[in-house]
Design a binder for this molecule. Structure first.
Ligand code: SF4
Length: 699
């Protein structure tokens, strides 16, 4: 797929397969190669711009591309034919199901796949095998955000649109280094700041490039966001900055919220968050006086044992200040991966069915079964397991077979040493990916060569409900195949031929579409043909004449009548610094890398930073005898790393920062998730990556 000189012979329309902004991309191809990539003009996500990752799409790596199936024999992965690999997977799954039942099988997928793929995987697991054990890498990035939104709105319907950025006069950005992780959006925000004189508030313990854009930077202690949100509400309440009549009309539980917030002690908030009361008061007044505030958050909120509470209390601030249902305001929730929204609407999660239906709802199971042409009893009425629960179940011997598609949990989930021991003990591990080796492919019993981006066709939904068609432009290399063809081949080999009758991807889309009729994500007015013509359409789009829904809830009629305010108090992180491990570790993103680096780690793009580092505050550097540039030992209760130290005031005293893009194939003592803690949000099951106790010393 590498570009060579010359002009393209044709252009195909696509969207960038990296982050959840879902920028529109035009790709020039010739002779099965990408010649040029440019931002799609007029696409509402990016208005023709791309960031460094999008621009580098023309150089998708060929290095270590997985070109044929492999089967482990005598402990070694050896080349196999497709037939042999499909037979092996089908036979081992059937054997496992017959011995231990359907719930002994699980699937873990990426949130960067296509809607049609999610639909096929979901139908295979829930409608054929009869287990709801299917989860995705969205668990790592947006689970808490979704639970916060569902709790507040009663529905998973992100209300805003990207065009709200240009209309806002304030941006409240929290736990979100979006200059690095969402560059196209942060540039739009910077332009709006200049043009509209918009104010930017950034809440972050670190002085990130995003924090440098801010008019007000609240350097909060890690894990204390709920206190800050409640403190902001307390100031607004005390100073009469909330229109209480409007708030009562907008939410169900304003008086309960009021009673909760009246108990907030501002001196306690200041002491725990590390902020001055005056800073909080100044920020509360600025939010309350702004006309249109957009609230944007990232993993600093979501990746926490209290992630759902953090998101929920942030949304409280939006609601009590009336920042909802109008252009230019509200929560603009942008996911980490391109199609995390598509994944949710198709229901490829342990508790959902297509169209946001629930596996626990009998009517919903019947509706889905009638379209799938199966008996409703084939769909289990029990919620399936999240990936953290899948790992625990493998450890206990309850799950015996796992199929991982385009994901590398051995790099991305916390406490890698433990996960490695667990996955080494499983009876049967199938991994489907485009590259090998990754930390996860290296453990597979069977490796299946999947396809990426332009090598297959399908739809993706961006973070503001915008449905896009990604057209196939290139043949998959070697024996690699479109991923849903691989899964359907296994399913048919297991006897599920009638369920997978489709002639092409569009047939799958059309079947899925019928399951969205009357649902929040109704896309019955869309076809591939229409998407080719109109590019990006925001659901709901209930009929062919409907032009799509730019913003939701502009009439302030919400799924449950009114909204819900979250009632949450502060709970400290599961692991706090102590005398043995006196520093708090935060993990996060750096430029030129994306997630576990399966693709970007093989690209020239990431050459400037090929190994991780640890940032430490100058005061801590003196305290622990660390010099800038030297290698130091960083240890938690779970592992020890050896990393180059960067002494900087960009981190707060008492905290250290390590980027998370490096797995243990970079080096046994380089992968930050060897240190992180197996602690999860009780509601969302999202892991904690922003707070674990470590110690550091020169070596
Ligand atoms: S902002 Fe995200 S979607 Fe847009 S080009 Fe960059 S990585 Fe791709």
């Amino acid at each position: 797929m590498k570009s060579k000189g010359g002009e393209p012979e044709r252009w195909v329309m696509s969207i960038c397969p990296y982050c959840g902004v879902g920028c529109g991309v035009e790709v020039g191809v010739r002779d099965g190669r990408i010649m040029k990539v440019k931002g799609m003009r007029g696409n509402p996500a990016n208005l023709g711009e791309l960031c460094h990752l999008g621009m580098a799409l023309k150089d998708m790596p060929e290095k270590e591309r997985l070109l044929y199936p492999m089967i482990r024999k005598d402990g070694v992965l050896r080349r196999a034919s497709f037939k042999e690999a499909i037979d092996t997977v089908a036979e081992r799954l059937m054997e496992t199901i017959s011995m231990y039942g359907p719930d002994s099988v699980a699937m873990y997928i990426s949130a960067s796949e296509y809607i049609e793929e999610y639909y096929v995987y979901n139908k295979f697991m829930k409608g054929c095998i009869g287990t709801n054990n299917i989860d995705s890498s969205a668990r790592l990035c947006w689970a808490s955000g979704v639970m916060g939104i569902v709790g507040a709105f009663g529905q998973d319907s992100p209300p805003c649109t990207y065009g709200d950025i240009e209309l806002a006069d304030m941006f409240f950005i929290t736990g979100y280094n979006m200059v690095v992780s969402k560059p196209v959006l942060s540039r739009r925000i910077a332009r709006t700041k200049r043009k509209n004189r918009a104010t930017i508030v950034v809440v972050d313990p670190r002085r990130t490039p995003t924090a440098r854009m801010a008019d007000i930077h609240l350097r909060i202690r890690p894990g204390t966001d709920i206190l800050l949100h409640n403190g902001l509400a307390r100031v607004m309440m005390d100073e009469g900055l909330i229109d209480e009549d409007e708030a009562r009309g907008l939410v169900h539980n304003y008086d309960e919220f009021r009673a909760h917030i009246e108990k907030v002690d501002m001196d306690g908030v200041a002491m725990t968050t590390g902020l001055d009361v005056e800073e909080i008061e100044r920020t509360a007044r600025a939010i309350a006086r702004a006309e249109r505030v957009l609230f944007l958050w990232g993993q600093g909120l979501n990746q926490s044992t209290t992630g759902t509470g953090k998101v929920s209390t942030l949304l409280n601030i939006a609601f009590v200040t009336g920042n909802i249902g109008r252009p230019g305001c509200g929560p603009l929730a942008v996911t980490g991966q391109t199609d995390a929204m598509g994944l949710r609407e198709v229901g490829a999660l342990p508790h959902l069915l297509p169209g946001f239906r629930k596996v626990t709802d009998e009517e919903h199971r019947k509706e889905v079964a009638s379209i799938w042409g199966i008996a409703p009893e084939r769909i289990s009425k029990s919620r399936g397991k999240t990936f953290p629960a899948i790992l625990e179940a493998i450890d206990k011997g309850e799950i015996r077979a796992l199929w991982i598609i385009h994901s590398n949990p051995l790099s991305t989930f916390p406490d890698t040493g433990w996960i490695k021991r667990v996955l080494e003990g499983i009876d049967f591990l199938v991994v489907q990916d485009c590259y090998h080796p990754t930390e996860t492919t290296s453990l597979a019993h069977v490796l299946l060569p999947g396809s990426q981006w332009l090598e297959k066709e399908g739809c993706m939904t961006n973070s503001t409900r915008g449905l896009n068609l990604v057209e196939k432009a290139l043949p998959p290399p070697g024996d690699a195949r479109p991923d849903l063809e691989i899964v359907m081949a296994v399913a048919r080999r297991m006897g599920y031929t009638g369920e997978f009758w489709y002639r092409n991807t569009e047939d799958i889309f059309e079947e899925y579409k019928t399951l969205t009729r009357g649902r929040p994500n109704d896309i019955t007015g869309v076809s591939y043909r229409r998407l080719r013509k109109e590019r990006s359409l925001q659901w709901p789009i209930p009929d062919p004449a409907h032009r799509g829904t730019e913003r939701r809830f502009t009439d302030r009629r919400f799924p449950e009548g009114r909204l819900f305010l979250g009632i949450h108090g502060h709970t400290p992180p599961r692991e706090s610094p102590d005398s043995d491990y006196p520093l708090l570790l935060i993990t996060g993103v750096i430029p030129f890398h994306f997630h576990s680096g399966t693709r970007t780690g093989r690209m020239k793009l990431s050459l400037p930073v090929r190994e991780p580092f640890v940032q430490i505050h100058p005061v801590d550097a003196v305290r622990y005898g660390v010099t800038d540039g030297e290698y130091v030992e960083v240890a938690s209760r779970r592992g020890t790393l050896r990393l180059r130290a960067v002494v900087t005031e960009d981190v707060m005293e008492g905290t250290v920062f390590i980027p998370y893009h490096f797995g243990y194939l970079t080096g046994w003592n380089k992968a930050v998730n060897m240190l992180t803690i197996r602690a999860y949000d009780d509601v969302s099951a999202q892991p904690e990556f922003k707070a674990c106790a470590v110690r550091i010393r020169g070596c």
